[in-house]
Every structure is written in structure tokens, then in C-alpha cells.
Design a protein around this ligand. Structure first.
Ligand code: IMP
Ligand code: MG
Length: 189
């Protein structure tokens, strides 16, 4: 068991595995299959939201195989949200290419309160893409504050735990885990 103390002084321990590597791979393959059917051969322009969707977007584009896919990235920080009752989503890095006229698929790690996805959908729609859809590896609906729902969801969070691994962090740690685990101590993002 890995155990450490982060600046706050609160001890942080990794808890049980919530989603195994196999479960994640299955979810990724299923979303790739749904996207192929939905877009029916038309090129997909993935917009991956970093850093959380780093591993998910890489595996999703690989699962799309020979399907025509391009990718771009945005970095957002949702610091300042998290049950504080305030939507404070900041754009830290914008797209390299205009999404205008493209079939945009936003690729997110986890939807919690919904502020981040709702900001991203509004931002993307204002740039006149052909279509905008969104997918999230994990839906965590327990504290949804904005009425927003991704078009494709990989995995449903079984309970209101803080999850780490496969891109998801706690204070920038644990993104490298190949599976998704619960954080043992009760912490907020
Ligand atoms: P929202 O705006 O509340 O939906 O926040 C979504 C963002 O919060 C995600 O993209 C993550 O960066 C972060 N987040 C929410 N829940 C978790 C979690 O359980 N583990 C790690 N990050 C989380
Ligand atoms: Mg985060």
C-alpha cells in the first residue's frame, strides 16, 4: 500500500481498485464502436481535455484504428469549483486549430458537478463546428450542479468516492496508475 503525506499534512492512501485495466479497455472499445456508428465514416476531430483525459484520449484514438481521426488539446483548470458553489473554469491552453466546420468530439476524464463540461460545450459551440458531441470516461452524477450530460459515458462511478489513476489525479499525483482506484482518505479536488 502506497502511503504519503502531501503539503496539507493529510495522509493519503490508495484504496481499492474501482475500475480494472480490463474494465477501462472495455469501456474505451465500446465508445470507439459507438463513435464509428454515429459518425459513419465522416472524420472525427477529437478535442482532448488535459491533463485528465491524456490516457483516455490516447487509448480512444488507438481504438478507432483506421477511422479518420484528428486530435487537438485544451488545458483547463477547474480549480476553485469543487463544491464551493462557484463555477471557475479557466482556459490555460487553447486549441491549435480552429474547430470550425469539423465534427468535434470533446474527450473528458470525469464529469462531476458539470461546470467544466458545460463551459467546454459553450466554448466549442461558439466556434461554429459542424457538430459537437462529448464523451467522458467516467460519470460521477452525485453532485451534478449543471444540467449537462455527455453523449457517451464509459463507466458509471459506483459511489461518491474520489478516484485516481488512468489520468485522474489528486494534487497532480497518481495519473500514471494503469487502473482507477479510490482514494482512501476523504479529500476534495
Ligand atoms: P466538474 O466541473 O465538477 O464536472 O469537474 C470535473 C473535473 O474535476 C474533472 O475533469 C477532474 O479534473 C476533476 N475531478 C472531479 N472528480 C474527480 C475525481 O474523483 N478524481 C479526480 N479528479 C476529479
Ligand atoms: Mg484534476
Amino acid at each position: 500500500m502506497i502511503s504519503s503525506t502531501i503539503e496539507t499534512g493529510s495522509p493519503v492512501e490508495l484504496g481499492p481498485v474501482v475500475f480494472s485495466e480490463d474494465a477501462i479497455a472495455g469501456a474505451v472499445a465500446r465508445i470507439a464502436g459507438q463513435l464509428k456508428v454515429e459518425f459513419d465514416g465522416q472524420p472525427i476531430h477529437m478535442v482532448a481535455i488535459l491533463k485528465g483525459a491524456l490516457l483516455f484520449s490516447a487509448d480512444l484514438m488507438r481504438a478507432l484504428g483506421e477511422y479518420p481521426v484528428t486530435i487537438d488539446f485544451m488545458v483547463v483548470s477547474s480549480y476553485g469549483t469543487g463544491r464551493s458553489g462557484k463555477a471557475d473554469v479557466r482556459l490555460l491552453k487553447d486549441l491549435d486549430q480552429s474547430p470550425s466546420g469539423k465534427n468535434v468530439v470533446l474527450v473528458e476524464d470525469i464529469i462531476d458537478e458539470g461546470y467544466t463540461l458545460s463551459y467546454l460545450l459553450a466554448n466549442m459551440r461558439s466556434r461554429r463546428p459542424l457538430r459537437v458531441q462529448s464523451c467522458a470516461l467516467i460519470d460521477k452524477p452525485f453532485h451534478r450542479a449543471v444540467n449537462v450530460k455527455p453523449d457517451y459515458v464509459g463507466l458509471q462511478a459506483p459511489d461518491d468516492a474520489f478516484l485516481v489513476g488512468y489520468g485522474l489525479d489528486f494534487q497532480e499525483r497518481f495519473r500514471n496508475l494503469p487502473h482507477i482506484r479510490q482514494l482512501q482518505s476523504r479529500v476534495l479536488k
